[in-house]
Every structure is written in structure tokens, then in C-alpha cells.
Design a protein around this ligand. Structure first.
Ligand SMILES: [Zn+2]
Length: 476
């Protein structure tokens, strides 16, 4: 019989851990519940009031505007067949593709949709301009650069080319990615549709063009789409525009919100990042790994490797599953967003989740999906690099698991310690016994000596007494 994948003992311990925790939960159900105040909004760069106002402006006009907007098939596989699954909090109907399963707005939502909104509502335009300005100028530039820098450091070692390397970022925003590229000695070029962002980037000397302008022809060794493809009504068209500029042995790096992330799957239309957009195109396409693989194959690219990043907001997820919040709908309605969950439950989730996060990563169910792809037919150029990258990912996940396991009580060490203690006690007992034996020996000898002395004296007394009695004729 073959070895089981996971030992019975481990599975039993896992199952029974839940049983033990349930006992605690039942016994402590009267404890003060914990108030959870995880923000529902994903972006720290806008106030809740601005966000609510912007979404409400859009919702007033959404149906009328979207009625005049054309439709599209699946943005990933191109299938025409899909079914409506919900209307998002920002009034976009979402469909699930019958072919590849990706989620998308069947309406072709692009910037022109919001130009129509701004023509109808100057208030919406002013609000959007203000939100954009604060996002572009301040929005955690350092954090953004550090994050993209990490992606670059992850991907650049895979390139089988040396010497000067050209980097093209599609959807570069105000150019944080380009700055991160320059820091790593790359020659950089950005493309962006947002004119405000282009102005800001150019003002800081960064080379950014809009898609209608000519690009330096490359070829580019790295082409990136950092959280961009989910915003584009025709992602295949966008890829087709840039892929011809890719070096024969170049790489395409992509991050997208992950359709298989637990929060998106569980919260659906009330999830803050499941939205079609209220003043810029939102997440009009939501891909999982397999949908991205299909999309890439349609433009002559092969997905080489995928991994997940970050983790679900477990308290928000639980509060939603327990029906304690309606997510974005609560924020829109101005209802309090603080939720209360039983204290023991909160403790349980926060202590247990680091272990489940490892499953999230293994199952590619983390909130952000990060993939790398190459030209189909050139996979062999990346084989060893990708194998190393996978091995590094495995090592990292095993390390994270080992760090958790290290905190576990070491039953073997405890047993050895107890064993040693028992032996030490036995030695103490043995040495005490020695003392007792010694005492007993001494007593024994003393008793013998005493007894002999007494016996001698008695004998002597007897002899003396006997002699006297005989002399007195009383004893023969
Ligand atoms: Zn599809």
C-alpha cells in the first residue's frame, strides 16, 4: 500500500483542533464581542465621502449612459455565450463567461463612458478631477515603487539576455514603475491613457506616451501590465498592440486582481474591488489563472508561471459570511461599517489564518495574481529560470510553514524532558534507598551488638544467680 498524502494522525489532530476550539467557543459565547472595523474601501487615497459621492453621481446616470454603449463577448476567450450573475454596487451588470469562467461587464466600458458622464454632470467631473489629483500626486509613491520594484526583481533574473535591457510598461500611471525600472538600470518607456497622469509623469522627465502616439520600436525585453488588463475593454487588442514590440526572448509580466480570491468569490457584488467603474473604467474584466492563460495564448504568448500575492481580509470575509455586513452597499448607504463578531471567533480567525494563507497561495486564491509569459515557442529559453523560480517559491512556502510549526509545542522534546525527569527521580529514590539501607544496616549491627551485650550480661547474671542458688542448696 502506498503512503497516504497526509498522515491520519495529522488529519485527526487538525479535525480535533476544530472540535477543541468549538468547545471553547461554546463555553465563552458570553464574552464581549469584538468590533471589527476593517475598512471596506480598498484605496487609502480617497475619502469615504468622496467615494460615496462619486459612486452616487454615476449611479444616477449609469443606466441611461450604459444603454447607449456597445456590447462585447468574453474578454479572455472570446466566447459569445455568458450569463448575468449580478449587478455590482456601482450599477454594472456582470456576466460569467460560459467558456472560460471569467467575470466581465458585457458593456464595452472605456473612458468615453465617463466622458459622457462628465458632460452630463459637471459635479461628477470636478469630483473625479479632485480624486485623480490626490491619487496621482501623493498616493503612496514609495509603497508603489517598492512593490513594482519587487516584481521587477522577481522577473528580471529570468531574462536570458545580457547588456542593455528595454522596459515598456503599459498603463504606467504617473510612472512609479518607470522610476523603479530606472533604479535597476533599465531603459524605460511608459504608455498611459490618462492625460492627467501623462502630464505629471512628463513633468518629472519620464518618457510616457498615450496609445495613439508612436512608441520607440524596442524590441523590449520586458513588457509589463501592472494591474492594467482588468481595466481595458479589449485586453486582447491591447496585448496585440504591444506584443509585436517584444524581444524574441522577452518576457511579459502581468498582475491582476484574482477572480479566485476568496473575498471576490464570497462577497461578489458587495466586494469593493468587484466594480465596473464610476469615474474611470473599473475592473471590467476579472481573470483567474486559467482565463489569463487562454487570453495570452490567443496573442501568441505562453503563460510560464503564476503565483498569488497577499491574503484575504479574514475578519471582513467572516463578517460578510455571517451576514454582519453588506460591504460596499453599507458604505454607500452611510450605514456604520464597523461589525461585531464574537471575541473567540475573532481570536480564532486571526490565529488560524496564517496557516490557511499557505493554502490560499497553493491554490492560487490570493487577492493578486502575478504571471509571467513569453512568446509561444520560446519556452525552452526560460526553462531553468522558471524551474529555479518555482523552487524558490516552494522554499518560501515551506519556510513560512516551518516558521509556524516552530511555534508549535514540541511534543517530542516535552516527552524527552519528562523521561529525563522520571529517570532523575528514580536516581534520587535509589540514592535515598541507599541511605535507608545504610541506616538499616547500622541499626541492625547496633541491635546485634546490643543484643549480644544484653545476652552476655543476662548470661552472666544467670550464671551468678545460678551459682548463688546452688550454694544456697536451692538449685541442684
Ligand atoms: Zn471566456
Amino acid at each position: 500500500m502506498s503512503e497516504p498524502l497526509v498522515s491520519d494522525e495529522k488529519l485527526t489532530r487538525l479535525r480535533n483542533s476544530f472540535a477543541h476550539v468549538t468547545v471553547d467557543l461554546v463555553n465563552h459565547s458570553a464574552d464581549a464581542p469584538r468590533t471589527v472595523t476593517t475598512p471596506v474601501l480598498p484605496f487609502s487615497t480617497m475619502t469615504e465621502a468622496d467615494w460615496r459621492a462619486a459612486v452616487m453621481h454615476w449611479r444616477q446616470h449609469a443606466d441611461a449612459i450604459l444603454a447607449g454603449v456597445g456590447t462585447r463577448g468574453c474578454p479572455a476567450c472570446g466566447a459569445g455565450e455568458s450569463r448575468e450573475i449580478f449587478t455590482s454596487y456601482d450599477a454594472h451588470r456582470f456576466h460569467e463567461c460560459a467558456g472560460c469562467g471569467c467575470w466581465f461587464t458585457p458593456k464595452r466600458v472605456d473612458w468615453s463612458v465617463f466622458e459622457t458622464l462628465f458632460a452630463r454632470s459637471p459635479e461628477a467631473r470636478d469630483l473625479a478631477a479632485r480624486m485623480m489629483e490626490s491619487r496621482d500626486r501623493t498616493a503612496g509613491r514609495e509603497a508603489d515603487m517598492a512593490r513594482i520594484g519587487r516584481y521587477l526583481d522577481d522577473v528580471l533574473p529570468l531574462l536570458p539576455v545580457t547588456g542593455e535591457r528595454f522596459y515598456l510598461d503599459a498603463g504606467c500611471g504617473v510612472g512609479h514603475s518607470l522610476r523603479a525600472g530606472l533604479e535597476r538600470g533599465l531603459r524605460v518607456q511608459g504608455v498611459e491613457v490618462d492625460t492627467t497622469a501623462i502630464e505629471i509623469a512628463r513633468g518629472e522627465g519620464l518618457p510616457v506616451v498615450d496609445p495613439s502616439q508612436d512608441l520607440p520600436p524596442g524590441p523590449y525585453h520586458l513588457l509589463s501590465f501592472w494591474e492594467t488588463l482588468e481595466h481595458i475593454a479589449d485586453p486582447k487588442g491591447a496585448l496585440e498592440q504591444f506584443v509585436p514590440l517584444l524581444h524574441e526572448d522577452g518576457l511579459v509580466a502581468i498582475t491582476v486582481p484574482n477572480l479566485n480570491a476568496l473575498e471576490g468569490r464570497a462577497l461578489r457584488e458587495s466586494c469593493s474591488w468587484v466594480h465596473g467603474g464610476y469615474n474611470t473604467p473599473g475592473h471590467v474584466n476579472l481573470f483567474h489563472e486559467s482565463a489569463l492563460r487562454v487570453l495570452l495564448s490567443r496573442v501568441g504568448l505562453t503563460l510560464l508561471d503564476a503565483r498569488g500575492e497577499y491574503s484575504a481580509d479574514v475578519e471582513n470575509l467572516t463578517a460578510s459570511l455571517m451576514g454582519l455586513t453588506r460591504g460596499a452597499f453599507d458604505v454607500l448607504a452611510g450605514r456604520p461599517t464597523a461589525r461585531t463578531v464574537p471575541a473567540a471567533m475573532s481570536l480564532l480567525l486571526n490565529q488560524v489564518w496564517p496557516g490557511l494563507k499557505l493554502f490560499e497561495e497553493l491554490a492560487l486564491a490570493s487577492p493578486i495574481l502575478h504571471v509571467v509569459a513569453c512568446r509561444s515557442g520560446r519556452e525552452h529559453r526560460f526553462e531553468s529560470g522558471i524551474a529555479k523560480r518555482r523552487q524558490a517559491a516552494r522554499t518560501a512556502i515551506l519556510q513560512a510553514a516551518a516558521d509556524l510549526i516552530r511555534m508549535e509545542p514540541d511534543w517530542k522534546a516535552i516527552a524527552q524532558h519528562l523521561d529525563a525527569e522520571v529517570k532523575r527521580q528514580a536516581q534520587v529514590m535509589a540514592s535515598l534507598q541507599g541511605e535507608v539501607d545504610l541506616r538499616d544496616g547500622l541499626l541492625e549491627r547496633e541491635r546485634d551488638r546490643y543484643a549480644k551485650t544484653v545476652d552476655g550480661r543476662l548470661l552472666r547474671v544467670k550464671q551468678l544467680t545460678g551459682g548463688a542458688l546452688r550454694r544456697m542448696g536451692l538449685l541442684r
